[in-house]
Write a protein that binds this ligand. Structure first.
Ligand SMILES: Nc1ncnc2c1ncn2[C@@H]1O[C@H](COP(=O)(O)OS(=O)(=O)O)[C@@H](OP(=O)(O)O)[C@H]1O
Ligand SMILES: [Mg+2]
Ligand SMILES: [Mg+2]
Ligand SMILES: [Mg+2]
Length: 451
């Protein structure tokens, strides 16, 4: 990641370690990472543009024991930069909508044909991500596959609903400059919003390069005031190459995840804390092949929405002893068999209670090292969708983890809307040792299961 310019610090009293790299032209470009003994700096990454800073000047400005890390700026940088910003915008949009929901849920939640919930946040996020990507690359050059369509929104009876979506979209796009993005010259009208949503057609899922978006993953968690995620990935030749996961109710600190009684409770705890804990959410991202994944706090009103944002590298947990490991699974029994995973947990020697969390926040928890295993075993008749997994899979892999189906095969993102050929279920682990144990346990107990 590069682009954002900040002044280069010449006096660094708090910095105790740096890593550095220098481009062939003797210039330092990219992301400057540092660690510092000062608590507020610890583990953070400052994104800077150092194009004007020569190696000689730079080295002489450093303390002797300093190391500077500059991430490589390859072809994905601009795409990742824009995707991260779009997801940040989407997170703020969802936070605003969720706050309104908590007072009048029933008026805002609509049922889709399959009886699953959909809200103005799902449509609005799809519209703004589609709009931002199309503005950046030209709509004819961008292919996006996303969960929602405009059928319900386009009905004559849905006029008020559509108005609410248009209003939410425009409020969000008005904030684009805060994120270094250009908003529309004038507000989008209903036609433009519907067009942005419907541009994300499933047909794109068969191309060689396309974006995959779940505008609100875990809509049930969202309407219940609990965890949910915004998931954006770029697929190239059937594999995720960029992944961004926005987790608006999953702050930088692990302990908030265990609050399963909803957002209200989390909020009341947060407001009684210092400004540090006012970060209510996080955005995780990774690029394929870098072997690194990152996490940023959400910009928030209390911090005056300052961009560029800081980022911290994340890594999976080093725990490989099942007795110490925690596994995550869906909240809803209908989405994954709790009894089958309970049997697996017992046979592998997992002792901790399962962490039941809505949405791809489960993937985020593994990537951040807050849990070690994620398992999902849906009913045989259910086909997993690519947007429910693409971003999370890449982020876990780049953070050092392993994700496969229950047969140990990588998930196949090359066959359209669904993860075709998925063997039984999905298993994500912090490390290969735990992963092998789970795979073996699935084999041993599958035939006697009713799945
Ligand atoms: N029957 C069934 N079986 C398996 N999976 C299903 C099923 N129905 C839905 N889904 C998809 O699950 C997504 C939410 O998954 P979660 O892991 O978050 O489940 S849970 O909400 O915690 O129970 C959810 O994503 P969203 O629609 O984006 O919320 C669905 O794509
Ligand atoms: Mg849905
Ligand atoms: Mg989903
Ligand atoms: Mg969704």
């Amino acid at each position: 990641m590069s682009c954002c310019t900040t002044s280069f610090p010449t006096k660094l009293p708090h910095i105790h370690s740096w890593k550095y790299d220098v481009s062939p032209k003797n210039q330092i470009l990219g992301t400057l990472s540092f660690t510092s003994k000062k608590k507020s700096h610890l583990g953070f990454t400052q994104t800077v543009s150092l194009a004007q800073c020569s190696r000689t000047n730079f080295l002489s400005a450093m303390d002797e024991d300093c190391k500077l890390e500059v991430s490589s700026t390859d072809g994905f940088s601009k795409e990742l930069e824009i995707a991260v910003r779009a997801v940040h915008m989407a997170c703020l949009l969802c936070q605003r909508v969720q706050e309104n929901f908590l007072s009048e849920i029933s008026e805002h939640v609509h049922s889709k044909e399959d009886k699953s919930p959909v809200t103005i946040a799902d449509w609005s996020v799809q519209a703004i991500v589609s709009w931002v990507l199309s503005e950046a690359y030209g709509s004819e050059n961008v292919s996006i596959v996303a969960e929602e369509d405009v059928e319900a929104l386009s009905k004559a009876s849905a006029v008020r609903l559509l108005e609410a979506v248009v209003k939410t979209v425009n409020e969000c796009l008005a904030d684009a400059p805060r994120f270094g993005l250009k908003g529309p010259a004038t507000d989008l009208d209903a036609k433009a919003v519907l067009e942005a949503i419907s541009r994300c057609s499933l047909a794109g899922a068969r191309g060689s390069k396309f974006w995959v978006l779940d505008p609100v993953d875990g809509t049930l968690g969202f309407v219940r005031g609990d965890q949910y995620a915004i998931a954006l990935a770029l697929i190239e030749d059937g594999e995720p190459v960029l992944g961004v996961l926005g987790c608006p109710n999953y702050p930088m600190k692990k302990e908030w995840l265990s609050y399963q009684n909803g957002y209200r409770r989390i909020l009341s705890r947060l407001t009684s804390h210092t400004s540090e804990s006012l970060d209510k959410g996080s955005v995780l991202y990774a690029r394929k092949g870098g072997g690194k994944a990152w996490m940023q706090p959400l910009l928030c009103r209390e911090n005056n929405f300052v961009w560029p944002n800081s980022a911290r590298e994340i890594r999976v947990s080093s725990i490989d002893n099942p007795a110490l490991a925690t596994f995550c699974e869906p909240v809803e029994k209908a989405n994954s068999s709790h009894s089958f995973t309970a049997g697996l947990a017992h046979s592998v020697g997992l002792r901790n209670q399962p962490l039941r969390v809505y949405s791809m926040v489960k993937y985020a928890a593994i990537a951040r090292g807050d849990a070690e295993i994620f398992m999902k075993f849906a009913r045989a008749c259910y086909k997993e969708k690519i947007w429910d997994h693409a971003a999370g899979v890449l982020i876990i892999e780049e953070a050092g983890g392993v994700v496969t189906d229950a047969g140990g095969h990588p998930l196949d993102f090359s066959k359209g809307e669904y993860l075709e050929g998925l063997d039984r279920g999905i298993i994500a682990c912090a490390g290969a040792k735990l992963h092998e144990k789970i795979i073996r346990a699935v084999d041993a107990s599958w035939n006697s299961s009713s799945l």
